[in-house]
Design a binder for this molecule. Structure first.
Ligand SMILES: Nc1ncnc2c1ncn2[C@@H]1O[C@H](COP(=O)(O)OP(=O)(O)O)[C@@H](O)[C@H]1O
Ligand SMILES: C=C(OP(=O)(O)O)C(=O)O
Ligand SMILES: [Ca+2]
Ligand SMILES: [Mn+2]
Length: 570
């Protein structure tokens, strides 16, 4: 049977999969296959060679043999190129608006869900499926999402490249042999046509890239991009729909647990430190990026981590460094032709170089990746304006205000000299992946934090001593000390003072961190510039929050009022 047949069979019926045979030198490409049957689209009649849940070793062989730009690095990782796209394409993401989604989903201003109709989805779907069926072989991964065994989601990923299959092997939860034999019908399927573009004459298409989600069909189609993160984050969007329906909160956060069972969540936009700070030698890693918070506690959605590797150093991030070994996928990095030593400082392909590795490559990963209810909720912002304190303690209303704001400010192009930092506000620290209105997730978070007595913190992993250009990024070692003091509870015991404008509670001391940096005003030589920058940022926060002032958070009007008052005053 070919892929993507629907009319003659129930949706998502499991194809007949013939398991891998014993190794035969002349038969490496034919380890498993689907049995062809009559179907509707004549192009789908073609017999396709399906490479089903191959192992890393087999995927390495396919990548090295057939995929240009694939190499083994000196530490054994598979270095590969994602092509023209080296990051996600949020403006090319579409969601089918139909009876299932029109009332439920977040549409309109600020929403990542750009609508598309069913017919257009089917055109793109057929385009992807036809392309995949025309290939000599396709890769199929059957895997799981969510370590919470009662809320596990079965996913199937159909892709054109060994790189994509290995990436998902690492990023999703890997089934055991028995689980695979009894896999049954997937709950969700991705058809990833990779480099094959959408047709620009198709309605709604604005470029050659299209990432299309159909909730009712439980399908996603990817055309015109080989950036692998698109699959990982596409499934995250799906979880942001499915989990809240079960009263489970989905979170764009890292998560780890101390030896005494204290769990911390790390929220933050890309590049703010979720992966770096959740990977902590003194604590158990639950996950670096996507979690669920249910009545039972937290669970990782994924089976692997996806670390940024720009300027990666063995000294500062030994666990991530050591995870980049045989089995890990290294995207878009540069390396020496002969020694195959990776140069992590090289940005020639992109600044967004990445490593994807199974979570058990981190020595203190907690398997299964589940933990009790969080004790600390840490909001990470990389403030390139340099005015937010390195750490502040938040009350519940402030936590909600900053969670909904989802602020960070990174510097756009670090190579071309000094540039203005640009503020980004992304609701729930991950608007790009939200399916429902941000206030739905915020209400769930407030309820859970209240019920379990979690403390909120705002940690600035960005600039100190001035904005980008005059100040410098807070040392990772200091941020780690701050995080240690949060985990240990010592930061609850120190004295606090309230800042002007943002009304943030800042501690007078943190062990291992110079006290003068705790109030950013001390670190700026030009106090007028500090005040101006502070007011400017406060204005940006107020402006952004206007969209949310008409919404209530949960049943409690009191919290909504407190939250509206919890922002900056200027
Ligand atoms: N003070 C700091 N705190 C956290 N990360 C820092 C700090 N200074 C520099 N960094 C760097 O910033 C990047 C954070 O990226 P990452 O942890 O991958 O973010 P995320 O997982 O949130 O996308 C890493 O490359 C890290 O080395
Ligand atoms: C993979 C991604 O996540 P992050 O940068 O948060 O690690 C992404 O946003 O594409
Ligand atoms: Ca990350
Ligand atoms: Mn992330």
């Amino acid at each position: 049977m070919a892929f993507g047949e629907t009319e003659t069979q129930p949706q998502n019926q499991t194809p007949e999969v013939v398991q891998a045979k014993k190794h035969d030198q002349n038969d490496v490409d034919k380890v498993s296959h689907f049995t062809p049957t009559i179907c509707v689209s004549d192009s789908a009649l073609k017999f396709t060679n399906v490479l089903y849940n191959l192992t890393p070793a087999e995927l390495y062989e396919h990548a090295l043999k057939y995929e240009k730009g694939s190499f083994i690095t000196s530490t054994g990782a598979l270095a590969t190129q994602s092509g023209a796209k080296t990051g996600r394409s949020p403006r090319d993401k579409r969601v089918v608006k139909d009876a299932t989604t029109q009332d439920d989903l977040w549409w309109g201003k600020g929403s990542p869900n750009i609508e598309m109709d069913e017919h257009t989805f089917m055109i793109n779907r057929e385009r992807a499926v036809d392309y995949l069926n025309c290939l000599d072989k396709v890769f199929v991964n059957d895997q799981f999402l969510n370590w919470d065994s009662e809320n596990k989601i079965k996913v199937r990923i159909v892709s054109a490249r060994a790189y994509h299959s290995l990436f998902m092997h690492n990023m999703c939860i890997r089934p055991t042999k028995e689980e695979l034999e009894n896999f049954g019908t997937p709950d969700f399927t991705i058809y990833n046509a990779g480099k094959f573009p959408c047709n620009r004459y198709t309605h709604y298409m604005t470029s050659s890239t299209s990432v299309d989600l159909h909730v009712a069909r439980k399908e996603m189609v990817i055309l015109g991009t080989m950036y692998a993160g698109e699959m990982k984050k596409g499934l995250f969007s799906v979880m942001h729909y499915l989990m809240p329906k079960r009263q489970i909160l989905s979170l764009h956060s890292g998560c780890n647990m101390g030896k005494s069972g204290d769990v911390a969540l790390f929220f933050g936009l890309s590049g703010t430190g979720k992966t770096t700070l959740s990977t902590d030698h003194n604590r158990y890693l639950i996950g670096d990026d996507e979690h669920c918070w249910s009545d039972k506690g937290v669970s990782n959605i994924e089976g692997g981590c996806y670390a940024k590797c720009i300027d990666l150093s063995r000294e500062k991030e030994p666990d991530i460094w050591n995870a980049i070994k045989f089995g890990a996928v290294l995207e878009n990095v540069a390396f020496d032709d002969h020694t195959r030593l990776v140069n992590y400082a090289d940005k020639s392909v992109t600044e967004n170089t990445r490593a994807a590795y199974p979570i058990e490559f981190i020595p203190n990963a907690l398997i299964p990746c589940v933990g009790p209810h969080p004790k600390n909720v840490i909001l990470l912002a990389c403030d390139a304006f340099g005015v937010l304190p390195p750490v502040s303690k938040l009350n519940l209303a402030q936590t909600m205000y900053h969670f909904i704001s989802g602020y960070t400010a990174l510097v756009a192009g670090t190579e071309d000299g000094i540039k203005e930092p640009t503020a980004t506000f992304s609701a729930c620290f991950g608007a790009a992946f939200l399916m429902l209105h941000p206030t739905k997730y915020a209400a769930m978070l407030a309820e859970k934090m209240q019920m379990h007595g979690a403390t909120g913190w705002l940690v600035n992993t960005g600039w100190s001593g001035g904005s980008y250009g005059s100040g410098s990024r807070i040392k990772l070692a200091y941020t780690r000390k701050i995080i240690d003091a949060i985990h240990s509870g010592s930061l609850l015991k120190t004295e606090y003072k309230k800042t002007k404008v943002f009304g943030l509670e800042i501690p007078s001391e943190v062990e291992g961190v110079p006290s003068e940096i705790l109030d950013p005003v001390n670190t700026w030589s030009d106090k007028n510039a500090y005040n101006e920058t502070l007011m400017k940022l406060a204005g940006l926060f107020k402006n952004n929050f206007e969209t949310f002032t008409n919404y209530q958070i949960g049943e409690d009007n009191k919290l909504t009022e407190e939250m509206l008052a919890a922002g900056p005053h200027c």
